[in-house]
Design a protein around this ligand. Structure first.
Ligand code: FES
Length: 136
């Protein structure tokens, strides 16, 4: 505790008193390189304190719209799509980005969405291992 008291009551005031702080704007032009070097730790510390204070109290950006579904069946409380598994065919792509104009089928709109947002979403592709055999 004695160390801290001495630091704030004696050491720090003596250090600050010895600093070559100019008393006018013109005084800055008369400062030597040695003077500027002596001010560097104080200026650095004050800059760091100002930066940390600004970071702590800077206004937070408003949260962006966190909704995934921006326009599909908005009148429904929940969007549910049912597909008869027998009608899937050999291959079908289902939209997972919620931007398709043919939802729930992918129409490639995810490419534009990915370009604009930097996202990386893509469709769910369902594919049969063996193509359906045509009835004879
Ligand atoms: S359009 Fe949505 S995943 Fe392709």
């Amino acid at each position: 505790m004695e160390f801290i008291a001495t630091l704030f009551k004696v050491t720090l005031p003596n250090y600050l008193q010895r600093l070559p702080i100019p008393t006018s704007l013109m005084g800055i032009t008369n400062m030597t390189g040695q003077d500027l070097l002596q001010l560097l730790p104080v200026v650095g510390t004050l800059s760091l304190l100002a930066y940390v204070t600004y970071q702590a109290f800077k206004p937070k950006p408003a949260p962006k719209d966190t909704k995934v579904n921006l326009r599909i069946q908005k009148e429904s409380s929940k969007v549910v799509n049912m597909v008869d598994i027998e009608e899937l065919g050999d291959k079908v792509s289902y939209c997972r980005c919620w931007r398709s104009k043919k939802f729930p089928i992918c129409d490639g709109s995810h490419n534009k969405h990915n370009e604009e947002t930097g996202d990386n979403v893509g469709p769910l592709v369902l594919k049969r291992k063996e193509p359906l055999s045509m009835p004879k």
